[in-house]
Design a protein around this ligand. Sequence first.
Ligand SMILES: Cc1cc2ncn([C@H]3O[C@H](COP(=O)(O)O)[C@@H](O)[C@H]3O)c2cc1C
Ligand SMILES: O=C(O)c1cccnc1
Length: 352
Amino acid sequence: MMDTLHRITSDIKPLNTKVQAETAAYLDTLTKPPGSLGKLESLAIQLAGITGQMKPTLAKKSVVVMAGDHGVCEEGISAFPAEVTPQMVINFLNGGAAVNVLARQAGADVHCVDIGVATELNHEKLLSRNIGRGTANMVKGPAMTREEALQSLVTGAEVAAELVSQGTQLFVTGEMGIGNTTPSAAIFSVLSGRQPSEVVGRGTGVTDERLSHKIQVVEQAIQVNAPQAEDPIDVLAKVGGYEIGGLAGLILGAAAHGCPVLIDGFISSAAALVAKSICPEALSYMIASHVSHEQAHVLLLEELGLHPMLQMDMRLGEGTGGVLCLHLVEAACRIMSEMATFESAGISGGAV
Ligand SMILES: Cc1cc2ncn([C@H]3O[C@H](COP(=O)(O)O)[C@@H](O)[C@H]3O)c2cc1C
Ligand SMILES: O=C(O)c1cccnc1
């Protein structure tokens, strides 16, 4: 399993700096003051570096919603019951969740993966890749075995490869798993050295009382399991979750296939931090979509070194913030392919 993971990460290449430089130069020939399209310009340059094309089309976009359950839910860390996870999976498959609506609007496909849901689910559209029926309660011991954590990473990368073979050119990370802001905070705390009290937020909207309890739960999970910060797979196994590992693997797999990945909210960013810790080169393939309302998401993006495009006070997950940003990715591509140059439009250049 470790060999498979190594094979995937060794396929992740640095971005094409030659095409990036050509893109930056071309952007300055377009009919606008240099740099005036701000983050759309840096996005166009990043997309060029990733795809090796100055004017990529990125027509086929896939949102991957990884679903998993969490044993730590028995500690009362979410405002919602764990049975919502499988219920929402059915909602995704029937096209009724927020991410389905936003994806339809943005012309993206939604793929839902059962990577660790506690109950058995059958649906023709479900990608059934179940590794375990929910994680173990991390305050009592490791959430997953090391083998399961590795399996979740490899499974995520395999899903990326499958979708690439079906034509996907760009990925959006999404997740569903009641309780998953708790392991996300634990991963962030261990990998950044920040205190649980700094990184735990309200998730689905817990009360003040539950928030303090959630902080204690994260402290206890870290104390009981002593995850090793320099070993991201150990951290993922002990205080993570199946869908978080699946998303980290998806990100690595997308990068290995030269595809950009839009990172959604807090949970997706925790997965991105795991992916970056495993393979720092993967970071250049990641695009931060939005900064969510989850208290520590700002800090998590800072830790990653990513700059989000949107601030919409959203705190849903599922890939919703990522999907909203597809409109901006499309905008960056169209700027490159459709704008007139000073020369073609016969417009005078400015003083340089
Ligand atoms: C109906 C519903 C739909 C959701 N879609 C995403 N989440 C989000 O909320 C959960 C994380 O928050 P916590 O850690 O507080 O449980 C995850 O499932 C996340 O995807 C949802 C939550 C609910 C209730
Ligand atoms: O930022 C997120 O992705 C998020 C925040 C709260 C609950 N679910 C998801």
